[in-house]
Design a protein around this ligand. Structure first.
Ligand SMILES: [Zn+2]
Ligand SMILES: [Zn+2]
Length: 165
């Protein structure tokens, strides 16, 4: 998917738009490998104005990710539209390849903390129990968080080793 820069240059001020469904390979994002499910719907426009190319790219796609709290797989709908900066080197040739802008748009649209459900309880960092499905394992101090505050005082006393022996 690319824009014909020569054609745009010959008609300053005229906006050209392209619409395509683009298949993307897996994307790497902050150490996470993201599978892009099906084609990404892309609407892009470009115009040459006052010696510069102005680009607008909108992407809509589905990405397989993991819940940031419990690590279960989920599918995130991504919809992102923006006006990315175009560096002179990118428009030095006769055409402008849109793939990098499409991938960048998809990454920008990702939630930093995807959740399987808004109320996901996550995995206890202490005992490793998936709190959506199970209780804290025995001896886990994560339990105290969910106790009645009046009881947690009692619990603290019980957990403390005897002071004098
Ligand atoms: Zn979750
Ligand atoms: Zn726990």
């Amino acid at each position: 998917m690319k824009f014909d820069l020569e054609a745009l240059r010959t008609e300053p001020g005229r906006s050209v738009s392209l619409t395509r469904d683009v298949d993307l390979p897996d994307l790497e994002w902050q150490g996470e490998i993201l599978r892009v499910l099906g084609p990404v719907h892309v609407v892009a426009s470009a115009v040459y104005q006052e010696g510069e190319f102005i680009l607008n790219v909108a992407v809509r796609g589905r990405v397989r990710r993991k819940c940031s709290r419990c690590l279960v797989e989920l599918v995130e709908d991504v919809h992102e539209e923006g006006t990315p900066e175009v560096h002179p080197a990118e428009v030095a040739g006769p055409t402008l390849e849109l793939r990098p802008f499409i991938e960048a748009g998809l990454r920008l649209g990702l939630s930093p903390k995807p959740l399987c459900t808004p109320g996901c309880l996550g995995i206890c960092p202490e005992c490793g129990a998936d709190l959506n499905w199970e209780r804290h394992r025995e001896g886990c101090h994560g339990q105290t968080k969910r106790l009645d505050p009046r009881l947690s005082v009692l619990r603290k006393l019980l957990d403390e080793p005897p002071s004098e022996r």
